[in-house]
Ligand binder design. Sequence first.
Ligand SMILES: Cc1ncc(C[n+]2csc(CCOP(=O)(O)OP(=O)(O)O)c2C)c(N)n1
Ligand SMILES: [Mg+2]
Length: 804
Amino acid sequence: MQSETSSKKDISFEDFKAQVLEDYKTAVTSRECSLLGRREVLTGKAKFGIFGDGKEVPQLAWAKVFKNGDFRSGYYRDQTFMMAIGALTIEQFFASLYATSNIEDEPMSAGRQMGGHFATHSLQEDGTWKNLTQQKNSSSDISPTAGQMPRLLGLAQASKIYRHVEGIDAKKFSDKGNEVAWGTIGNASTSEGLFWETINAAGVLQVPMVMNVWDDEYGISVHARHQTTKENISEILQGFQRDEDENNGYEILRVNGWDYPALIETYERASKIARESHIPVLIHVQQLTQPQGHSTSGSHERYKSEERLQWEREQDCNVKMREWMISSNIATDEELQEMEKAIKKQVRDGKKAAWENHGNPVRKKQQEILPILEKVAEGSSNKAFILQLRKDLAQNREPLKKDLLSTARKALRYIIGEENSEKATLVDWINTFSEETQRQYSSHLYSESQHNTLNIAGVEPTYDADAKEVDGRVVLRENFDRIFETRPETLIFGEDTGEIGDVNQGLEGLQQKYGELRISDTGIREATILGQGIGMAMRGLRPIAEIQYLDYILYALQIMSDDLATLQYRTAGKQKAPLIVRTRGHRLEGIWHSGSQMGGLLHLLRGIHILVPRNMTKAAGFYNTLLEGDEPGLIVESLNGYRLKEKLPNNLGEFRTPIGVVETLKEGTDITLVSYGSTLRIVEQAAKELQEVGIDAEVIDVQSLLPFDLNEDIVKSVGKTNRLLVIDEDVPGGASAYILQKILENQDAWKHLDSKPQTLTAKEHRPAYGTDGDYFSKPSAEDIFEKVYAIMHESNPAQYPQLK
Ligand SMILES: Cc1ncc(C[n+]2csc(CCOP(=O)(O)OP(=O)(O)O)c2C)c(N)n1
Ligand SMILES: [Mg+2]
């Protein structure tokens, strides 16, 4: 543990005083927001509140050293910091509490996230990057504790890449890698595995990450003695401390959260070490408090002793800062009282303005629908009922959008079957209002910019007349080679990805060619591999995060689901992370080497493209497509395809497999067989065998599960064959059920069916090891043959007599 050294700046006492007063103003403003915020929840105007009270003072010190280009990845206690860097006003604070749903008034998430989830805007209106070096940046928060950690690693690593990799156009993203990524976490959340994984990885990578632990001894009601060995996170992290002769490791600093001058020195020191030397720093900020308890959901009097509560009142960082200001002759008690009074009023006014602003658009709409309801009532036999609805709505002085729409929809029911001249007006109002409002809650699950991946047209691979037949992995490698050669902002990392060029040698020799920063080995830590990718993609790089096997993506799934998949949505299109996740899966052997948990992924990863190429040329084409776009995608390469021969295209790096487009591999008239990935090879085999008994199956490769068959080609096939079987190696009701739902419900294929639509999947259990394990766990060519034959038998027993 190093103690803080003095780094006094040469400024006059007057300047110093003015700065301190400004800081104190921010601290008090933030506190008043917390106090009033809680009241707004308790009186029912807002649903839930979690605030930054008790954590104000360290955030003032942090904000002072937070420079343009820096990034924050933090949690719900950081409102004071956001205010101090000028990224959160009083009005915005309350707008977010009220869930105001437009991005201009509620820039954190357009009302989609609970209050206390902060963000700045990295993207322009059209979805392209702003210049991130000219603003202070906060990556958008998520609620799962420690979920901010993996991304923080990537945000810090980006600086290292920008500092050392040549040729990248860094104008909008970095000034020679001089940016620090700052994390915050509560003491209790350091119990999460993600915290430890990130801490270790940042130490290994030596990246400019400063980790703040806000320590208030509690995690909701649970005391540090249940959370942390020795109840002290910086003490148990001592092994990470760098020493004199060995630069690897961390600088670990400890400071009390109420000690303003010590905090300022500590943060200056941390910033310098991380920024200049790219050494990670951990600041353990101790003795913080929770003046109002954890959140509006409970009261801390239930679990804190009177002694502790008294201590918290005395140690309150704002109270201590105030005492210090008076004792240091920075201000008198009277001056501060006056300031505090003025701030109270300012916060009250801001709150009022935010509430007015929140309600005004709805009241405007209310004035629109009321006269329509009146006219509808005039011509209706249910006049009295409609007028009653109208009256209830008219009397509501603070209506929600829900109240307006629900009233209008109920009124419409009263005029079913009536010749009502105003019906069209009412229907029109309902439709327009629903559409506009729905967008406020449902836009931007994917990118809506012109670079969204769906706008990227496919390009066929082309071949020399004497094109070589090579192992599939060579097609991938040659394509990656072209990618890294032409796009300096790309990089790939994962377990065994670097030196040996991945376990299947799809990157063979590329580390030697492009260096260890771009083609790199990582520790075995899937969640933070993902986090590296998310953070770097948020800073303009084009990372490819490799998860060695599909089975192990479960370790990274939480972060993919909670962070990556929600990013565009939760910022209403103001941040993006166009990360490509590379993995390989299906059809090897054994419980943890043959998984195909595609249904699970499809359920949890809406917001990410999920691509399942059947061979390596298709896979390579997907990398090329995703790199042209600005969205995240997951590519699952077929494990048993690396050694199968494919022709080597001559337009490497340029051919593109289109997203959301299926491919018909074999035309047929009797039944449509839909599948994807490795299973297709078996389906094709079965289709050949079926042909021998006179059954002509059409075989379709889905290729892209998310998005799914955008041209609705499968229903066209079913229209021709009138029969449908979906085959995959997921569990029953997994991805096959998703595919069936798309075809039956979205594409209306039920209209064309002459037989029951069916699925053929693997067993409920995980696939057993060995050839027999595979045969008895997953669909075989015989299973497919017999299933199809049974369908044909049922439809025409004379032509297809009973098989067994
Ligand atoms: C993964 C996860 N588990 C549980 C929760 C519920 N939860 C929210 S905050 C919190 C306590 C966090 O305590 P700490 O990290 O010390 O932060 P503090 O609120 O004390 O600042 C818990 C358990 C959550 N948000 N995410
Ligand atoms: Mg805590």
